[in-house]
Design a protein around this ligand. Structure first.
Ligand code: SAM
Length: 335
């Protein structure tokens, strides 16, 4: 029996396919197409709307850089808001900081949380049951527009700017995030693959530059985000959080009991803000445009999500050659 190959369908002119040694769960939820499967190389894989969101083999990269960069940049973060992040990976890392008194996670799709606990419990670990965790099932756009709480750090662990997540890449959303930040607070968001989508990096940087005094995208190498280094964007009105020396970063992490990390180090933290020239020029131009009042956010061209493709292919692959309808002229087949 041949295994099914599941394709990423996000990129218009190229595709990556992963062999599914076992499909654990597949569903068209109220919000998106969700499939979780085992792959011999990447481990357990989550795909939403045809885009690889995480694998158990390399999720530590993204989750550590989304969490420890903003939190160690801050002197003593207590209140954290995570928008998206239903897999629990960012929540897990945030709760490693003993200074955090409360971490609110606002996820639109409960299925993502339930299937995380069931099929890759090692990612959320015990974070959903931590007394400091406050799990809210809601649209992040609506939540930040209505909340009267203040957060020291807001971490937007959204999916790509398509489907339910498109609203989490808009000026309106980021402006409400700014309103919900405490004085000197930090906003961090995933910002895609600059080599393939420089406009995504430019759009979010423009908006951040129009809203905040300081904008500083940083990068990490996420193996399962095919297409080069991955960008995260960082905004604040407190310039001091962008110039924290390695000794202080290390002291803060140690004092809060953060240890056993596999990607983030104080040196990687500061180095991650050094961007390659092709990305730095996009950022410089976008900051200048944002400061000049051009706060146009990025909008991704709608993507047709068709995860079913490979089902048909799998069925075709499975069907013994004999059964294949003969080319025209064979009466029986046509009938
Ligand atoms: N690391 C991944 C990435 O960068 O592609 C993101 C992972 S995380 C699974 C993304 C989460 O955002 C998903 O669980 C999705 O359901 C959630 N999400 C999408 N749109 C949302 C919205 N409008 N409000 C809250 N959560 C949302």
């Amino acid at each position: 029996m041949t295994n099914r190959w599941i394709e990423e369908t996000f990129h218009p002119h190229w595709r990556v396919a992963l062999e599914a040694s076992k499909v654990l769960h597949e569903d068209k939820t109220e919000h998106q197409h969700l499939v979780i499967f085992r792959n011999e190389t990447w481990g357990t894989v989550l795909m939403l709307d045809g885009v690889c969101q995480l694998t158990t083999s390399d999720e530590f990269v993204y989750h550590e850089m989304m969490s420890h960069v903003p939190l160690t940049a801050l002197e003593s973060p207590e209140r954290v808001l995570i928008v998206g992040g239903g897999d629990g990976g960012v929540l897990r890392e945030v709760l490693k900081h003993s200074s955090v008194k409360k971490a609110t996670m606002v996820e639109i799709d409960r299925t993502v949380i339930d299937t995380a606990v069931k099929y890759y419990p090692e990612i959320p670990g015990k974070s959903f049951d931590d007394p400091r965790a406050d799990i809210v099932i809601a649209d992040g756009l609506k939540y930040v527009a209505e909340t009267d709480e203040e957060f020291d750090a807001i971490i937007v662990d959204s999916s790509e700017p398509i489907g339910p997540s498109a609203v989490l890449h808009t000026r309106e959303f980021f402006a409400d995030c700014k309103r919900a930040l405490s004085k000197g607070g930090v906003l961090v968001t995933q910002n895609g693959l600059p080599f393939l989508f420089p406009d995504h990096l430019a759009g979010t940087t423009r908006v951040f530059a129009s809203l905040f005094k300081r904008v500083a995208p940083y990068m990490c190498t996420q193996p399962c985000y095919f297409g080069g280094p991955f960008a995260l964007n960082f905004a604040t009105n407190d310039k001091s959080v962008l110039h924290v020396d390695e000794k202080t970063l290390a002291k803060r992490a140690k004092k809060r009991g953060v240890s056993g990390l596999k990607y983030w180090t104080p040196a990687v933290h500061n180095a991650s803000f050094a961007l390659p020239a092709y990305a730095q020029s996009v950022v410089d131009e976008a900051i200048a445009a944002g400061k000049a009042g051009n706060d146009t956010a990025y909008a991704h061209a709608p993507v047709e999500v068709k995860p079913a493709d490979d089902k048909k292919k799998a069925a075709k692959a499975k069907a013994p050659a004999a059964a294949q309808p003969k080319a025209s002229g064979s009466k029986k087949a046509k009938a």
